[in-house]
Design a protein around this ligand. Structure first.
Ligand SMILES: Nc1ncnc2c1ncn2[C@@H]1O[C@H](COP(=O)(O)OP(=O)(O)OP(=O)(O)O)[C@@H](O)[C@H]1O
Length: 329
């Protein structure tokens, strides 16, 4: 018999459909439709004001949308559905550990809040401490801990009750490079060990690079959703960056003399070029010695992709959204 089976895509664990939220008539989240697949780490990427935290708060049950809905494993997620909420772990942007408690006590408190008791709670606390590499520090009060250790403990606490999905709002904000790398190594290890699905918000390009997929938000709207590699491949080639005392004038002259699209980004002249290495000698020859302070060539990052998609730098704030048009009476 011929094989008539058809492969169906996995049912999304979380599905947002037309989510919209306004504040005093201004749109913060604008018709957001998005699916999170089981087992993936999906990043909501956008600058300050893009609508990431508003989306997070709706998912965390802290805010009701004006319209649209969220489905969790096929069921509509309401603000007051404790059974579904128990399947979620949440890490807020501002840490919520108790400084006066030890690491072990913080985890036990998290376990108890979700109804775990006795040996089961103790087992989960110990296994979480081991998974974040802090088993030997469990009896220390966390008030004196570094930001990186605290974030790892928050991660363990969000997972102690064995949720299926973990929501994280800017989980590595303020962490230095080393603490950021350690946090992510533990996150990926926990994801594999616990089989969780992760939805996080970020405005860090380095964090975006390590997500499985990215939903790029700008002014409350979804502008792209794909893997970091697929998004980066949308860029034409290399990024050539030129520093000079007069970037605006230089950008105009580069356009005129070399016929390439040069623009000023954060005070530097930037050119996207397929054959960046061939452009460097042309550029250096076209301008007299001393005019260019530095010339560098690199592969595009997700910050460049964001700029191309939105015309805005990832580090810039999104201007307050336009007020929603008034309805005709
Ligand atoms: N409680 C509120 N009242 C009024 N406006 C709000 C409120 N919360 C968010 N906004 C507005 O909604 C828009 C989206 O904000 P949101 O915090 O969701 O963005 P974000 O991408 O998370 O940025 P950030 O990283 O700064 O938190 C912004 O214009 C913001 O000023």
């Amino acid at each position: 018999m011929p094989d008539t089976s058809v492969s169906t895509p996995p049912v999304p664990l979380l599905h947002l459909e037309g989510l919209t939220r306004r504040f005093k008539g201004r749109v913060a989240v604008d018709g957001l439709t998005l699916s999170v697949r089981p087992g993936e780490i999906l990043g909501l990427l956008g600058p300050n004001g893009a609508g990431k935290s508003t989306t997070f708060q709706i998912l965390a049950g802290l805010l009701a949308p004006d319209s649209g809905q969220v489905r969790f494993a096929g069921r509509e997620l309401s603000l007051s559905d404790p059974a579904l909420r128990r399947q979620m772990g949440i890490i807020f942007q501002r840490g919520s550990l108790d400084d006066l408690l030890t690491a072990r006590e913080n985890l036990m408190l998290g376990a108890r809040l979700y109804g775990l008791t006795g040996e089961r709670a103790r087992e989960r606390v110990e296994s979480m401490l081991a998974l974040i590499g802090l088993a030997d520090r469990g009896d220390e009060r966390v008030g004196t801990w570094s930001g990186g250790m605290r974030r790892r403990l928050e991660l363990a606490r969000a997972l102690v009750h064995q949720p299926r999905v973990v929501l994280m709002d800017e989980p590595t904000q303020g962490l230095d490079e080393a603490a950021f790398r350690t946090f992510w190594a533990h996150l990926k290890r926990l994801r594999d060990a616990e089989g969780i699905t992760v939805l996080l918000t970020t405005h860090r390009a380095d964090e975006a690079e390590v997500c499985d997929r990215l939903a790029v938000l700008d002014a409350g709207r979804l502008v792209a959703c794909d893997t970091p590699a697929a998004l980066a491949s949308r860029m034409g080639g290399d990024i050539l960056t030129v520093e000079a005392a007069d970037p605006e004038t230089l950008a105009r002259e580069v356009r005129e003399k070399l016929g390439v699209d040069a623009k000023v980004v954060e005070g530097k002249v930037q050119v996207e070029a397929r054959q960046g290495h061939a452009l460097v000698p042309r550029l250096v020859e076209a301008f007299p010695a001393g005019r260019l302070s530095s010339v560098s060539l690199r592969r595009p990052t997700l910050a460049d992709v964001f700029l191309q998609l939105t015309g805005r730098a990832l580090g810039a704030d999104v201007p307050a959204a336009e007020p929603a048009p008034r309805k005709r009476r």
